[in-house]
Write a protein that binds this ligand. Structure first.
Ligand SMILES: [Zn+2]
Ligand SMILES: [Zn+2]
Length: 362
């Protein structure tokens, strides 16, 4: 089968192979999934750049939807033919954290390194428990969340990372309430989901901040009430936000994954407010901030994948989409075959679009 393989720490080190085979399972609780659509997320670019220190050769990709092709002997949660959104959580399903409803806190949630594929006998790792830039993969049944077949798989793929990361930050972690004010730094694939979730939660002002002025129209379509173009001489992000929301916002979401922007988010938050660290920088990054920026009863929220409960959140998001309450179609800027990864990475680097979705069978 076809797959993208990364062997270095540059975009050029990713190549397309026609000679990849699955060499694992499905074991008793595993599922073989035909990947029908896989979004290209900023984390894939970070992975390929070596910022997550993943071993190679590796199949990147982690935001995916597909069809269940085969189930292990003990699988009960999904069946052959189901349309599923894949979860990156490797949670066990039966520890205290899983039982408490926090699968992202499970000790095994980050998953172990697996090599479910090989190219010419040489084992290949998978990224983020999935490795989606291929035609088929094998995952644990906990990672396969069935959704209604009425949701096109091209948009369903985004639910697994970009959508749940953005909406979950609002619903599960910051818990935005009606009338709250919100600032969102970065109006890309994830930021647009923070914006539309804040609108669903009833936020009054939603201030989007982005360096690309052309994103204003899309940000407003998703619910931004105000737009600030970042950059330029003497630009002060906190001042710009406070000119819209005097005294600061109740919630500031940093979605880009730049430590300095996280410190900036603190400065624009009012006393008692939340600073939500949604974006993921180089995993060895250090964040520094002035003590007083957080002192007045503010909360700095670490957030992995929207604090998601995939089995609850994925079907809920699919339902909101089917009822016309959640916009997913306009998040897909482009579709392409697996050979479209380089162009998708280039678009991510310039911040020119929301999402490219790769269709591995095209
Ligand atoms: Zn992602
Ligand atoms: Zn667990």
């Amino acid at each position: 089968m076809r797959a993208l393989i990364c062997e270095g720490t540059t975009v050029d080190s990713v190549r397309l192979s026609d000679d990849v085979e699955l060499v694992e399972g499905p074991g008793p609780r595993q599922v073989r999934v035909e990947i029908k659509a896989a979004g290209v997320c900023g984390s894939d670019l970070s992975c390929v750049h070596g910022k997550y220190f993943m071993p190679t050769p590796l199949v990147p990709g982690h935001e995916a939807a597909g069809v269940v092709a085969e189930v292990g002997s003990a699988v009960t949660y999904c069946e052959v033919g189901d349309h599923v959104v894949l979860s990156t959580f490797g949670n066990c399903g039966h520890c205290g954290d899983c039982e408490a409803g926090d699968p992202g806190n499970c000790p095994s949630s980050m998953g172990g390194l697996r090599q479910p594929y090989a190219e010419g006998g040489r084992p290949l790792y998978n990224f983020a428990n999935i490795g989606a830039f291929t035609q088929q993969t094998v995952v644990h049944e906990n990672q396969c969340v069935p959704i209604p077949k009425a949701v096109p798989l091209t948009v369903a793929a985004l639910i697994g990372c970009g959508v749940v990361t953005g909406t979950g930050a609002v619903f599960n972690r910051a818990r935005v309430r009606p009338g709250d004010t919100v600032a969102v730094i970065g109006a890309g694939g994830v930021g647009l989901n923070v914006i539309q979730a804040a609108r669903l939660a009833g936020a009054s002002a939603i201030v989007a901040i982005d360096r690309v002025e052309a994103k204003e129209a899309l940000a407003r379509e998703f619910g931004a009430t105000d737009f600030v173009t970042a950059g330029g001489e003497g630009f002060d992000m906190a001042k710009a936000v406070q000119s819209v929301c005097p005294g600061g916002v109740h919630h500031a979401f940093e979605v880009v994954g730049v430590p300095e922007l996280l410190a900036g988010a603190m400065a624009m938050t009012r006393p008692g407010g939340n600073i939500a660290a949604v974006g993921v920088p180089d995993l060895s990054a250090t964040v520094t901030y002035p003590f007083m920026a957080l002192h007045q009863n503010k909360s700095l929220l670490g957030i992995r994948a929207g604090g998601a409960r995939p089995r609850r959140d994925f079907p809920m998001l699919a339902d909101l989409y089917l009822r016309g309450r959640l916009e997913l179609d306009r998040l897909v800027s482009r579709t392409a075959g697996l050979n479209g990864l380089a162009a998708a990475f280039a678009a991510l680097e310039t911040g020119a679009e929301a999402r490219t979705v790769l269709l591995p069978w095209d």
